[in-house]
Ligand binder design. Structure first.
Ligand code: NAP
Length: 251
């Protein structure tokens, strides 16, 4: 573990860190000595027990309700984080939703809601946090894209568009912010076992396994390990990249 090697206290902000991949990402950073900032939108029950576990190990936490689509709520979280910790070293834009439907059946509301949360939410949070990273002339941003943002997927034109947008956004800010020593990378998971994929039927899951060379879905921990690498100094010469974690599904 890197915890004992941290020369100064580090801080990670994981959006949507209350469940699934986000919770696993926060756990990975906490295990490595980072202080944790998390926001969620509806329910923090899952993360409350972990909070106590982390704090017993000396990890400081800030867990707040804030919708990533609302700039005033995001600003409030970032302001409190800066007041409490003085900085944010790593930002993980993880909060995301799906509203799947075929194009002909998809409502404007389903399309807009997904773009607002996954793409505009990433913009809102990044803008709020980058202000402070620029002052420190240091930072690492990891954005959650998806393999369907690279390859497309029937029934997910809203979600695929949002995740393709996240890739363009990531590459653009990587170019803009490199001179301030801020890196930005995107992670593109394949099918990962979380609440988001729990809704899929066994038949659909079977079909998915057949498309994956490693013949199984991934775990949130396997995604968190990559995000930790990209957030930490271990990846200090990597920026503007999209890295798949998908069992070989998209090559
Ligand atoms: P999940 O289990 O459904 O968790 C989503 C998280 O995002 C929750 O913490 C949720 O908070 C939060 N969230 C949703 N809308 C939000 C909003 N408006 N403001 C703040 N927080 C919000 O999802 P997951 O499977 O862990 O996915 C995490 C990320 O990975 C997403 O960006 C997703 O698109 C991406 N991804 C997932 C997969 C997969 O197979 N699971 C594959 C590729 C990419 P609440 O708990 O309060 O609702």
């Amino acid at each position: 573990m890197e915890s004992n090697e941290l020369k100064e206290e580090k801080v990670v902000f994981v959006t949507g860190g209350s469940r699934g991949i986000g919770k696993e990402v926060a756990t990975k950073f906490a295990e490595n000595g980072y202080n944790i900032v998390i926001n969620y939108v509806s329910d923090k029950t899952d993360v409350e027990a972990l909070k106590n576990e982390w704090e017993e190990k000396g990890v400081k936490t800030l867990i707040l309700k804030a919708d990533v689509t609302k700039a005033d709520e995001v600003d409030m979280v970032v302001k409190e984080a800066i007041e409490k910790f003085g900085k944010i070293d790593v930002l993980v834009n993880n909060a995301g939703i799906t509203r799947d439907n075929l194009l002909m059946r998809m409502s404007e509301e389903e399309f807009d809601r997904v773009i607002e949360t996954n793409l505009k939410g990433t913009f809102i949070v990044t803008k709020a946090v980058t202000k402070y990273m620029m002052k420190k002339r240091a930072g690492s941003i990891v954005n959650l894209s998806s393999v369907v943002g690279v390859a497309g997927n029937a029934g997910q034109c809203n979600y695929s568009a949002s995740k393709a947008g996240v890739i363009g956004f990531t590459k653009s800010i990587a170019k803009e912010l490199a001179s301030r020593n801020i890196r930005a990378n995107a992670v593109a998971p394949g099918f990962i076992e979380t609440d988001m994929t729990a809704v899929l039927s066994d038949a659909v899951k079977e079909g998915i396994h057949n498309q994956i060379p490693l013949k199984r879905m991934g775990s949130a921990k396997e995604v968190a390990d990559l995000i930790y690498f990209l957030g930490s100094e271990q990846s200090s010469y990597i920026t503007g990249q999209v890295i798949n974690v998908d069992g070989g599904m998209v090559m």
